[in-house]
Design a protein around this ligand. Sequence first.
Ligand SMILES: [Zn+2]
Ligand SMILES: [Zn+2]
Length: 332
Amino acid sequence: MAFNATNGAFHDDLYAGTDFSSLNWLEQQWVWWYVTIGNPVIATGLMSFLLHEIVYFGRSIPWIIIDAIPYFRKYKLQPTKIPTPAEQWECTKGVLFSHFTIELPAIWLFHPMAESLGMSTYQVPFPSWKIMAPQIALFFVFEDFFHFVAHQMLHTGILYKHIHKIHHKYSAPFGLAAEYAHPAEVMILGAGTIAGPLLYCWFTRDFHIVTMYVWILLRLFQAIDSHSGYDFPWSLQHILPFWSGAEHHDFHHMAFTNNFSTSFRWWDHIFGTDIKYQEYRARVKAAKKAMKGATKEQQQQMEAKLMAEVEAEGIRAEAEAEGSAPKTVKVQ
Ligand SMILES: [Zn+2]
Ligand SMILES: [Zn+2]
């Protein structure tokens, strides 16, 4: 829809002096949205919430389809564990609950906070991609470290038992499970996602919310894909070796330990919280080498056995983290 430049009094307040002819299509839609809604707080809140829902579920749908197609099993990291439709529905309900109870109010409060820090919201034009790209790269690095620290804290005692345990319900995660977590966890880890843009804005007083939307969109893609349970030959981690991807985070869910960061592998590597993961990879590699010439089924059995060992160890580690007596281990 093209923007009508003579569109009422509100437009005059908000967009006085704006040269509409120089705006691109997206910027025109942006203006139309803010003018139509008529209240910047509601306009920003509604757009943020809708964007989050559309991107989250939109990005999860391809993984639901992939889970339903047997052809893709060969790329599944834990091939015997395919989420059932009932499990996926259960997970969706949990995610929606936290979206409506925690994220919706938080998003609503975001606009006044952003404005007080001088963040541009309704303003046009948008910053150029040359300005956005380094800012987003910075947010990725900042959030990854924040998550690395906070996630390890969530693996201790009471915090694990009462909060993070919910996210670990799935030892073989799937896309929809990315935000399946206790509301307190959504707040704790979500703080790392929005703190980057807020701090940047506070320091520079020159930041547009559209950059934050692009950042959140990419971060959502990262979170959902890393929970997908699939590693393809064309997955990003094979192109950028420091990118975590599904292969890295799937191990965290399977083994309960190691690999605490989100987007990048470097912190786990530097602090040695990927030792068990590296050992496991080496074991699989050595076993594959030793089994050269064996049938595909035999190789699959061997991999399933190694996975079961790691998972059994994880169940013991989980019991320890909770402070409860080690359980009798039963692996499917
Ligand atoms: Zn965890
Ligand atoms: Zn996870």
